[in-house]
Design a protein around this ligand. Sequence first.
Ligand code: DX5
Ligand code: ZN
Length: 229
Amino acid sequence: MNTRMASLLTKRPLIAPSMLKCDFANLRAEIERLEQAAAPLLHWDVMDGHFVPNLSYGPPVLERLRDCTELPFDAHLMISDPAKYLKDYVNAGCDAITIHIEAVPEPGELLESIRAAGCSPGLSLNPHTPFEAIEAYLPACDLVLVMSVQPGFGGQKFMGDVLGKVSRIKELMREDQLLSIDGGIGLGTIGQSAQAGADTFVCGSSIFDQTDYSEAIGSLLAEIRGVSC
Ligand code: DX5
Ligand code: ZN
């Protein structure tokens, strides 16, 4: 496991700010605010306008921001053909690189390449993708990202039907793997997500729609205090 990602294992539960709803005109300042709010990592939502109907940012932006913080970079690649760009995200300084099973139906080799490059391999599945699609690849991952919205945009409604999948994955995961849920996570949904077995919670609107990031993160954590992650 990548060193920065390994340091997170003892800090669970983790609130992972989704860098899609942040102020893109002030990214350095946003990162500083999140550090002051004790965010343990940053979740970068990379979109190519092909795998998902939205376009966000890529390696040049991540590489520049890498120098601004020591926080782990958790790159969520919502892109087609991620193998083609792996080197770029490794060189940009990503610590975890998560690919979608819908983009790479047989990800074994790519997950190994991500690990060989010194990054933590992650696998993500969309709300309607069955658990069985990733089951064989679970041992090769350091992180599994269960989508609770259709990927592409922040601010969508939480899809609670995925919680059964979260619980099934949790049963098969090792202690040294992170189980992350992504999409529509807020005060009303983080508790049930933690109960289902998630230990990492990607939050966009529930942080960036608030003025005080520290208070937002604190309230989210308070919702899951007592739930064993
Ligand atoms: C959606 C992204 C999510 C999203 C989260 O494709 O993967 O990370 O930005 O935003 P909220 O928390 O507002 O649903
Ligand atoms: Zn995401």
